[in-house]
Each structure stands twice: as C-alpha cells, then as structure tokens.
Design a protein around this ligand. Structure first.
Ligand SMILES: Cc1ncc(C[n+]2csc(CCOP(=O)(O)OP(=O)(O)O)c2C)c(N)n1
Ligand SMILES: [Mg+2]
Length: 780
C-alpha cells in the first residue's frame, strides 16, 4: 500500500497555504450558492431575507470536490497538463460551478455573472432557482461533459474521452456510492482497453466520503486491505489520501496527485518509445475525507460533518429553527471571505494566479465542448456499395452485411485522424458487420492466444460485454468531438434505456446553449432484431426500445427502419453526417429480398415515407385499402399479402406505402400521401401501440389497423414468429378482406387462408422449418 507521505518535499508550504485559501474560496462560493439570495460577501450581518426561501442543493460531496479541483489545478500548472474534470457525483454542482467561476471561465461564457460583488450575487441567486441553473453539473456548466444526475457513468465517459486523445488526462471523480452501481463497477475494467501510446490517460479519484444519501457506502466499510486488493485486482495502482486535518490533507493530496501524474507520464513515455505496448498498471487516487467536510459539525444534536446527514442542505433556515441563521453565518465566515475577495468582490490576485491559464483551465478546455474539435468524417460514397436490383425482390442480400463494407471503408478513410470507433457488446460479427475486420481489429490490451481472432492493441472496434460500458465509452467519445456507433441486439439495447434518456436530455439542453457546439450524433444499429431471433427465443425478442426513443423530442431523435440494403446504406450515410441527434436504425442481418435501386432508395429515405407504385394498383386514384409497412420483415409480409390479393381479388385497389423514418408519422410533419380515408392496414416492426401513439391525431386514425409485435414469441421458425403476432401475409389478407364490403370471393379466400395457417402449423411441427411456398416466395 502506497501512502503519499512525502508531501513536504513535493509542495512548498507557502503554496499549500494559498491553495487552502483557494479551497476556502471555493467552499464559500458553494455554501453561498446553496443559501444566499443577497449579501453575498457578508458585508452586513446575515438576516433572514438574505437567505433563499427554498434551499436546494447537495453540500456533502462539494467540499471534497473543491479540494480535488484545487489540487488538479496545481498539477495542471506544474506539468502543463491538458486535463478535463468529470464529476461523477454531479449533484455536487456548486463545486464545479464555483471553481469555473474562480478560474474565470464562468464569467467568460456568462458575462452577467461577473467577477465582482454583483456577479457573485447573481451566481448565488441563479443556483437551483427558478429561471436559473440546475443543482447538478448540467450542460450549462462550462467544462462539464457529464451531468452526473444519474449516477454510474463517470468512468466510462472518462475513458471515452481519453480514447484517441494521447495528450489528454481525464480526471474522474467517482462517488463511493456511485461506485456501487453496475455500470460503474464494470467500468474499472476500462483499463484493459486503453492504449498508453495512442490514447490519453484517465485518473480515477474515488471520493471515499463514507456515505450516500442515507447509508454508509460499501467501500467505506471494508478494511483498507480489502479495498486495496479490490483495486489492485482490477489492475490499478491506488494512492491513498486519508484524513480530515486540512494542512495535512493538502500535503498528502499534493504528493499523491504528483505521483499519479508522474506515473502516467512514465507509462506513456515508455509505451511511446517502445513499439511493444503492454497493459500498464495505471494510477488512481482514493481520497478518504469526511462527507460535508468543513461544514456544520453538530446541528440540533445530530452529527453532520462526516455523516450521511451532510448529503444535502445541512441547516434548514426557517422560523422553526431560530438558531440556524447564526450557525449559517458562522459557517460562511469560517472561510474568512474578507481575506479571499477584494473590495470589488473579486478573488484576490494572489489566489487567482493559482488557476491555470486560458484553455488549460478545466472549465475552458475545448475537449469538454467537443463540437469545437469536431472534424466531419471523411465518408466514401455510399452509392458505390449499392446492390444492383434488376427488379424488385429479384435478388436477396443480408442488409447489415452490405453495410459492413461501407463501414469498413469509413474506418479506412478516417484511420489517420483516428476519430471513428465502433462500440458494441461482442456482437459486431453476430450482427454480420464482418467486413469491418478487414479494416481493423478489436481493441484489446489483455493477453492473447494463438487461436484468438481480430484482437490488437490498436483497434477501432470496442467490444466488452457490457452495454453500459459501450454506451458510456461512446458517449464520452462523442462528447469530446469524435464519431462512432453502437451495434447491439435489439432486445438488449434496453439495458441502456436510461443512459439513452440522459444523453437525449443532454442534447436537448445543449441545443439552447449557444457556446456549446454541435457534436456528432449518437448512432445505434439494432440488428438481430425481434423477427430474427427465432433461434434464441422469447428473451431475445423485444422491439420496445423504439417506444422509449419515441418519448423524446422529435427534434432530437430519429428512428429509421430501412426495408433493404440500399435504404440502409443511404440512411447510414445520413446518420454519420448528422449532428446532435440520436439515430436509431433497425436492420436485418439475414438474406432478404431487395426492393429498391440506389436512386429509388435515396429518394425514399429522403422523404422518409412513400408510395411504392410498383406494388400499388390504385393508379393514383382513391384506393380501397392502404397497406403501409415499416421494417424489413413487415415489408416482405405486406408485399406477400399484395401478391395474394392480386391473385384472388384483383379488383381491389391497393396503395402500398412504406415507412423508413418512423417519426414522419407524427402530425408535425407534412401529412404524408396515403393517410387518407381509405381502410388503412399497417404492419409494423415493433409494438403496434407505438404507431397508434404517433398517428392518433391524424384524421384517418379511426380507419387504421396496426399489426406488430404483440409479445408472442418463442423458439420457432422465422415465419411462425410473424404468424404468432398476426402480421403474416395470410392474416394480413384476412384482415383486409374483413374490413371491405363482404363478397363471396372474399369469404372463399378467407377460408383458403385459414387452411393455410393450419397447414403452416402442422408443417413446422412435423419438419421443423417453414413450408416451401414460404421459403421460396418471391415478389412477382
Ligand atoms: C442511478 C442513481 N440512483 C440513485 C440516485 C439518487 N442519489 C443521488 S445522490 C445519491 C448518493 C450518492 O452517493 P455518493 O456517490 O457517495 O456521492 P456523495 O457521497 O459524494 O454525495 C443517490 C443514491 C441517483 N442520482 N442515480
Ligand atoms: Mg459518498
């Protein structure tokens, strides 16, 4: 166990004295933000009306984070570091807001929050106040790429930021409570994927303040030995800083941060000098300090500092607690603001000079405003990957397999710039993107064996069997101005539902912050989808991620269900060029009929929804039925239904509509052709309720009948999956016949189709595969 005891030698006590004063200033600003509405410098005795009427915020984590920030500033200056700060316990917003204010960046982006008394007052007032800023490290906070509202993703984000940024060090504060979450627990393994020569470094700082909201933390209640074994077992080299006496703690922290930085530098220097890159043991810091450090010790008989009771607002200020106002004033004055801020209310110059300068300030570092560094991808012309289509349905291809060739060349073309990676949990091959391995291996710093495939210490493809980790890495990569995509089985993308939510919220907020520059979109490729999991069964059949995505603002999310490979290529080209969206693309991976030429595909995808004339027989006039479909498998079934109707009921006029861009169904967009007063049968990839939700305000909604996945699944044949969910060709035709005026021919056809369904069941039970007429069906 390494203890940072040689502090005295590494940092002059004069400097540490000043740093203590700087820390006091940051703590003062934090308490001020939580409590003060007026009288920001306590120029007069504190009165009730100087205190905010509603007190919101989290004190407990804040002084520790202020302490860390001051010490990071020191090493940034000492070693001229390019460093950003990720705040895992993002509820400690006052720390990062206060520190970016002290270093000057806050006032640069928000000139009204000036570095004087008036600015201080505004800084305090706006915090957790209507019309002001959130209490977390939200997008409004310069230097933040991680709101930390939902705990667990800090370390994955940090690694995402460090990949392909060899000059960057990402300091990542992790709450000891946060460390109990699944995503955080798995993210310690990120060190097995970081290349010391070509990537930057991450410096995790475990903020071991002992408590969460109401409980002790696990890491605080195991022995130091067990803790040490845990981190060493995860491949880290921990440095410990432990105590509560500020003077001693400054010495220890200065020594620990310096050791950690020196170790990072020496690892990198070695890796960059030698060709043979081995996985190093990266440093981390464990900071054990009291929760609510320097705050009120005892309130109303309860211990506050060093306990869970320090988590939020330690002192209520109201008529029921008459003594608390004085305690708050004493607490604020304990930081000696008169020594820290001058007459004007500006941080005294002696202290101001402790902050790094210009873009070295963590609040001003461009990596934390990734759009500033974003270079568009160099993209090959997707048309060059087109499948040539002699006639609709004449040939078959596996859509994702075709996309893989395009992605392979995206990797190749951006190899020099190193700004594109593919993330996913072990499924790049399973999702049939095989071609990408012609351009790159998987990134892997573990040991390798002869029989391994596609592993290298410098790969563009990131695979770890944790959807959380992959999502977090990708988000960190995008937020720092690069490009990427996530490939997943459709059912298991649900694992990151909540992370998607948080990223979409981030994008929504940043859209209204002028100084935040657009970043590359978060692109999901969902394959091995609900209709292609017949062999894996019910657990693997779930299209519900689309329902979640559709909850978000249409200005942020896009959902694409390309019906064939040319459409998939066109959609994907668009996704890789787009900014500030979340694009969700669902695509098949098995051989399937191809419908549109590349020109038709481009046109169709640009419109998002369109009539397929070659499949319609309404001659542009009022049809009897509109048959709409969305998704590759529903499209095939809908077309098969058309062939049955053509054969048996040729007088029925059908208009065939295909939807690529799901959000086009929403009423904000132009009323698409096809949604008129005719009977409207729709077959949909996902749950039918989603289509009803998106279209409920349309005039023809009452005539609309949607077939989709209705939670019927098991291990069965591919065709039986659609039969079980009533969106097969036979049931579709029966549906249509039922809704049209009754005829004898129609009744006969219904009987034939009922028999077909019985035959189907008998056939698959006997032969274990679909009937030849299903397997061999072709559009004609
Ligand atoms: C995923 C998630 N679950 C629950 C919460 C509610 N919550 C907010 S703060 C907190 C305790 C955090 O403790 P810790 O990470 O130790 O932070 P600190 O002690 O530094 O405040 C909890 C449970 C949350 N924000 N995110
Ligand atoms: Mg804690």
């Amino acid at each position: 166990m390494e203890k940072a005891r040689k502090g005295k030698k590494t940092a002059a006590s004069g400097e540490l004295g000043k740093m203590d004063a700087y820390w006091r200033a940051a703590n003062y600003l934090s308490v001020g933000q939580i409590y003060l509405h007026d009288n920001p410098l306590l120029r007069e005795p504190l009165r009730m009306e100087h205190v905010k009427p509603v007190l919101l915020g989290h004190w407990g984590t804040t002084p520790g984070q202020n302490f860390i920030y001051v010490h990071l500033n020191r090493v940034i200056k000492k070693f001229d570091l390019d460093m950003i700060y990720i705040c895992g316990p993002g509820h400690g917003g006052p720390a990062m807001v206060g520190n970016t204010y002290l270093e000057g960046t806050y006032s640069e982006v928000y000139p009204k929050i000036s570095q004087d008394e008036e600015g201080l007052k505004r800084l305090f007032r706006q915090f957790s106040f209507p019309g002001g800023i959130p209490s977390h490290v939200s997008p409004e906070c310069p230097g933040s790429i991680h709101e930390g509202g939902e705990l667990g993703y800090s370390l994955s984000h940090a690694f995402g930021a460090a990949f392909d940024n060899p000059g960057l060090i990402v300091a990542c504060v992790i709450g000891d409570g946060e460390a109990e979450t699944g995503p955080l627990a798995t993210s310690w393994h990120s060190n097995k994927f970081l290349n010391p020569a070509t990537d930057g470094a991450v410096l995790p700082i475990l903020h071991l303040n002992g408590y969460k909201i109401a409980n002790p933390t696990i890491f605080a209640r195991i022995s130091r030995r067990e803790l040490d074994q845990f981190f060493k077992g995860c491949g880290w080299k921990p440095y410990y800083v432990s105590g509560r006496n500020p003077e001693k703690m400054h010495r220890l922290m200065a020594a620990a941060t310096e050791k950690a930085i020196r170790r990072i530098k020496s690892i990198q220097a070695k890796a960059r000098a030698e060709k043979n890159v081995e996985r190093p043991r990266w440093p981390m810091i464990v900071l054990k300090s009291p929760k609510g450090w320097t705050g009120p010790k005892i309130v109303d008989g309860f211990e506050i500092e060093g306990s869970f009771r320090a988590h939020q607002v330690p002192l209520q200020i109201d008529a029921q607690h008459p003594g608390h106002l004085r305690m708050l004033e004493d607490w604020l004055r304990s930081y000696r603001p008169e020594e820290l801020f001058d007459e004007r209310g500006t941080l005294v110059s002696d202290l101001a000079e402790l902050a790094p300068k210009g873009n070295r300030r963590m609040g001003a570092n461009p990596h934390a405003n990734g759009g500033l560094l974003l270079h568009d991808l160099s993209l090959p012309d997707f048309r060059n990957y087109a499948i040539s289509i002699p006639a609709p349905g004449a040939i078959e291809a596996a859509d994702t397999h075709e996309l893989g060739k395009f992605l392979r060349d995206v990797i190749m073309k951006n190899r020099e710039r190193r700004n594109f990676r593919i993330f996913g949990p072990d499924e790049t091959l399973s999702n049939r993107l095989n071609a990408v391995f012609e351009a790159s291996d998987r990134q892997w710093m573990g040991s390798t064996r002869k029989n391994d495939e596609f592993l290298a210490t410098d790969g563009r493809i990131m695979e770890m069997l944790s959807e959380h980790q992959c999502e977090g890495w990708l988000e960190g990569y995008l937020l720092t101005g690069r490009h990427g995509m996530f490939t997943s089985y459709e059912a298991f993308i649900h694992i990151v539902d909540s992370m998607f939510n948080q990223h979409a919220k981030w994008l929504k907020v940043t859209a209204d912050i002028p100084w935040r520059k657009p970043i590359s979109s978060l692109n999901y490729l969902l394959s091995s989808h609900v209709w292609q999991q017949a062999h894996n069964g019910f657990t693997h059949q779930d299209p519900g991620f689309l329902d979640l995505v559709a909850n978000k603002k249409a200005s942020i999310v896009r959902v694409y269900l390309p019906p064939d490979a040319n459409c998939l290529l066109s959609v994907w080209d668009h996704c890789l060029r787009s900014k500030d969206y979340v694009n969700v693309v669902v695509a098949g991976k098995y051989l399937a009929p191809q419908w549109l030429s590349m020109d038709e595909a481009v046109d169709h995808c640009a419109k998002g929804i369109g009539i397929w004339r070659w499949a319609s027989n309404d001659g542009g006039e009022e049809p009897d039925v509109v048959l709409a479909c969305c998704g590759d498998v529903p499209t095939k079934e809908a077309l098969a239904a058309v062939t049955i109707i053509r054969e048996h009921l040729p007088e029925i006029k059908i208009r065939f509509v295909n939807v690529v861009d799901l959000m086009k169904l929403q009423p904000e967009s132009e009323h698409p052709h096809g949604l008129n007063d005719a009977e409207f049968d729709a077959t949909f990839h996902g749950y039918p309720s989603l289509i009803h939700r998106l279209t409920y305000r349309r005039t023809n909604h009452k005539n609309m009948h949607v077939r989709g996945y209705k939670e019927e699944g098991t291990i069965t044949t591919t065709f039986d999956m659609v039969v079980r969910n009533d969106l097969d060709r036979f049931n579709l035709v029966r549906d249509i016949v039922k809704r049209l005026p009754p005829t004898k021919k129609g009744a006969n056809l219904d009987g034939i189709l009922r028999d077909k369904l019985v035959q189907h069941k008998c056939y698959i039970e006997e032969f274990g595969k679909d009937m030849p007429e299903i397997l061999e069906w072709k559009w004609s």
